[in-house]
Design a protein around this ligand. Structure first.
Ligand SMILES: C[S@@+](CC[C@H](N)C(=O)[O-])C[C@H]1O[C@@H](n2cnc3c(N)ncnc32)[C@H](O)[C@@H]1O
Length: 144
């Protein structure tokens, strides 16, 4: 499918491009926050599996722009371009070493929220893909 037909088909894809969100998933987090106010009062946040960074962009806009003293830590296997107010780490969230690095950034304090949009590279072998997805969810709970 060519780019033009995809642009026409997917409204969120187009909106993300127009509004400089790095991925259309930004709209998922904004809709959840608009409905349930999950970011209200949050000053310390963790974004697990954050690349290319649209959820971190939302955190930056809704938390950091409100309070420059807030702390946002984002982590992914892949590197990301900088985002204002977001500390970026590169690593595997299933490793204890990475978990400790995230935790160290909060200097003994607890984060107010941990979000995770992790997705493994799919192999097409459903049982393996499901296992890898479950491993990411478990790692996210462990860090939380
Ligand atoms: C759907 S994308 C996340 C999109 C992101 N929420 C955004 O809004 O830009 C899934 C991400 O999970 C990351 N990922 C997969 N396994 C990981 C792992 N073990 N540790 C860290 N990141 C992982 C991938 O590198 C990928 O960037």
């Amino acid at each position: 499918m060519g780019k033009t037909s995809r642009d026409k088909r997917d409204i969120y894809y187009r909106l993300a491009k127009e509004n400089k969100w790095r991925a259309r998933s930004a709209f998922k987090l904004m809709q959840i926050d608009d409905e349930f106010q999950i970011l209200k009062g949050v000053r310390r946040a963790v974004d697990l599996c954050a690349a290319p960074g649209s959820w971190s962009q939302v955190l930056s806009k809704r938390i950091y722009e409100e309070d420059n003293e807030s702390k946002i830590v984002a982590i992914d296997l892949q590197p990301m371009s900088p985002i204002p107010g977001v500390i970026q780490l590169q690593g595997d969230i299933t490793s204890m070493d990475t978990a400790n690095k995230v935790i160290e950034h909060f200097s003994g304090e607890k984060a107010d929220i941990v979000i995770c949009d992790g997705a493994p590279d799919v192999t097409g072998i459903h049982s393996l893909d499901e296992y890898m997805q479950a491993e990411l969810i478990l790692a996210a709970f462990n860090i939380t």
